[in-house]
Design a protein around this ligand. Structure first.
Ligand code: PGA
Ligand code: ZN
Length: 399
């Protein structure tokens, strides 16, 4: 039984306050979870409140429904209590940041009580034994860095890596290789919010550099490394401008579909996230019809880990995979529902970090527990390596 919940403000990787929760149980179990935070958030995500407001509201409404009422290991009951305490569809009362921190902390306390690793508690005895391939953000811009590429993320995808550790090190090596290429070209570069290089170059040059870097590292390591994109096109889309704004160039919806389809062909992209606006299911359907058999077309802002939006996408074949971010929907149970619906309909799942992160490692366990195809959690930087190193440890334990 949960006997205490402590909530506090801690720092996220951007230096903003975020919600951390501790869950304690009668039998001495303990779990701690912290909410991440997006910058290029989807319009239809659950609501993140200012951390102090979210904490005050959760103390008032959620804590009394959980303490001495619910078992930490009974994740469905924990998350149902959070939903009941909030009373809205989008967690605007207690904040999705409070909800997800408590949901993750309870899961860890539940695992602690069982004496099982979190991935085992979440995935159960009959989970699959595949490991997710890490997608490494190696160069980018968009909302994650000023004056850099228009496309938000160029993602190294070590699809041929023999192990998860090899894949993690490959992405870090691609990240270093890109730095070397930028230095050779005399292009100075800082890093964006997720640790990717954020040089002031156009997208065409970024494609050239990422292709060169992934090829070089693949040659050296002897396995296949391709790459993918998070276009984050909702951030580019401007109705008044008539389409997708790339610097001083605008592509209308048909031109955007053509452009993405050409990129898939030219670079043999493994993965394309949010290539179109979050409101344009029809354009997604058209693109998926054209290149969905060659690549993963993934909905992030399109689906926001929301079962209703995913149902609509499935109905009209708008994509073939979904990004899973627990804080977009507020609880682990809701995220599981989206994963289950995706799996039943042969949609791939990609578990993902946010651009604002903490040292919390829950998503590494979630990805392993649910047999995710990929996990997107950066390539370098402490809040990213926290997850990547946890993946390495999980694989090591499982061996
Ligand atoms: P965000 O971006 O965490 O800033 O929303 C990540 C993404 O778009 O996938
Ligand atoms: Zn995205």
């Amino acid at each position: 039984l949960i006997t205490d919940i402590r909530l506090r403000r801690v720092l996220d990787s951007r230096g903003n306050p975020t919600v951390e929760a501790d869950v304690l149980t009668e039998s001495g179990g303990f779990g701690r979870g912290a909410a991440p935070s997006g910058a290029s958030t989807g319009e239809f995500e659950a609501i993140e409140l200012p951390a102090n407001e979210a904490i005050a509201a959760a103390r008032e409404h959620a804590v009394p429904r959980l303490v001495d009422e619910v078992y930490a290991g009974d994740q469905r009951s924990v998350d149902a209590a959070l939903r009941a305490a909030d009373g809205t569809e989008d967690f605007s009362e207690i904040g999705a940041n409070s909800a997800v921190a408590i949901s993750m902390a309870a899961a860890k306390a539940g695992a602690d009580v069982l004496g099982a690793p979190l991935f085992q508690h979440l995935g159960g005895a009959f989970r699959g034994d595949n490991f997710p391939i890490p997608l490494g953000n190696v160069i980018g811009g968009g909302e994650h860095a000023a004056d850099a590429t228009d496309i938000q993320e160029f993602l190294s995808a070590p699809v041929g890596a023999p192990s998860v550790a090899d894949a993690v090190f490959a992405n870090a090596q691609v990240h270093q290789e890109i730095h070397d290429i930028l230095l050779d070209r005399d292009v100075p570069s800082g890093k964006g919010d997720e640790g990717a290089w954020a040089p002031s170059i156009d997208d065409a040059e970024a494609f050239e550099i990422v292709e060169e870097a992934t090829d070089a590292v693949a040659d050296e390591l002897g396995f296949e490394i391709t790459f993918g994109l998070d276009v984050a096109a909702a951030e580019m889309y401007d109705e008044d401008e008539g389409g997708y704004v790339y610097g001083d160039q605008v592509r209308d919806t048909e031109e955007q579909i053509d452009y993405i389809a050409e990129l898939v062909e030219e670079y043999d992209l493994a993965y394309v996230e949010d290539p179109l606006d979050e409101n344009d299911f029809d354009a997604f359907t058209e693109l998926t019809d054209r290149v969905g058999d060659q690549t993963l077309i993934c909905g992030d802002d399109l689906f926001v880990t929301n079962v209703e939006r995913l149902e609509r996408g499935i109905e009209q074949d708008a994509a073939n995979s979904i990004l899973i971010k627990p804080n977009q929907i507020g609880t682990l149970s809701d995220a599981f529902d989206a994963i289950e619906l995706a799996a039943r309909n042969e949609y791939g799942t990609i578990v993902s970090h946010r651009s604002g992160e903490t040292e919390d490692t829950t998503i590494a366990h979630l990805a392993v527990a649910t047999d995710a195809e990929f996990i997107k959690t950066g390539a370098v930087g402490g809040e990213r390596t926290a997850k990547l190193n946890e993946l390495i440890r999980i694989a090591d334990d499982a061996a």
